[in-house]
Write a new protein. Structure first.
Length: 277
């Protein structure tokens, strides 16, 4: 049992995180950290209506298609297959990153933060409104304002915007990988680690189920092979390291300020609640 595992066999994530922090500290100090212990990755499993898929180490190893789905037109068959394959591929790329892989979707992260900002602000306003009503009924005085806690959400969004600005000057070029089965009845295209296109001919739908699944696996895995080779070979412009370092420092300041504001607000609310008691 490794140091990162608990006695009951479940992983000890705190120990694993501490180990990674230690390795990072060694790297920053100029030392070569020891190689981490090898570990076995779990298979990525995903489903869609009528389709199940298993991906291991960024390649499809198993695909199952319900017979009822094969009575549909080619487009209706390929759509759930593409959805299931992409869901499994997304997790597998996270587990086994490689050269040329797409970076995080900062636009999506920015939207999530925007939604969180709105919801968080509404929650804080509701808390303040309930406290003000309770204090008015009991005749208790106190400050129930969030004390700049709500501004932390905007600070976090500013960090994302800064990261986008630092990376946008060096956008990664679009790379496409293509693949097909031996009979060229099934064709796949992969971009940014996802299957953008998966086309099946009417002839392909007449394959026996086992032959059809193997043909799809061959087409998609071949497209992934080509996408990985092309992505790794792309001459990418250097990132603005200084700008990214500034973003990292800004993010750390936001984290520290967040904790300070939240502690102050919690202390204020605790003081008010004690008065109510």
């Amino acid at each position: 049992m490794t140091e990162g595992d608990k006695a009951d066999g479940s992983p000890n994530y705190e120990a694993q995180l501490a180990e990674q922090h230690h390795r990072l500290a060694l790297a920053r100090a100029g030392y070569t950290p020891p190689a981490p212990e090898p570990y076995e990755l779990e298979d990525s499993v995903a489903t869609a209506p009528g389709v199940s898929v298993v991906v291991r180490d960024r390649r499809i190893i198993w695909l199952d298609i319900h017979p009822d789905l094969l009575t549909q037109p080619p487009g209706a068959v390929s759509k759930p297959m593409r959805e299931a394959i992409n869901a499994a591929l997304e997790q597998s790329l996270i587990d086994t990153p490689g050269a040329g892989d797409p970076g995080p979707d900062l636009a999506a992260l920015g939207q999530q933060l925007a939604d969180f900002t709105r919801q968080g602000g509404e929650t804080l306003r509701r808390i303040q409104s309930l406290l003000d009503a309770s204090m008015a009924k009991t005749g208790i005085s106190g400050d129930s304002t969030p004390q700049y806690v709500d501004h932390v959400f905007q600070d976090a969004m500013d960090v994302v915007a800064s990261t986008q600005a630092a990376l946008s000057a060096d956008p990664a070029p679009m790379v496409v990988g293509e693949g097909s089965d031996d009979a060229n009845e099934i064709n796949a295209a992969v971009t940014s680690g996802q299957v953008d296109a998966l086309s099946l001919t009417v002839v392909a739908l007449q394959y026996p189920p086992a032959q059809l699944t193997q043909a799809v696996i061959q087409a998609v895995n071949t497209a992934i092979d080509e996408w990985e080779r092309r992505s790794a070979a792309v001459d990418r412009p250097a990132l603005d390291v200084a700008a990214l370092q500034a973003v990292s420092e800004q993010a750390e300041k936001v984290r520290e300020q967040s904790m300070q504001h939240l502690r102050a607000y919690t202390t204020s609310l605790t003081s008010i609640m004690r008065t109510v008691d």
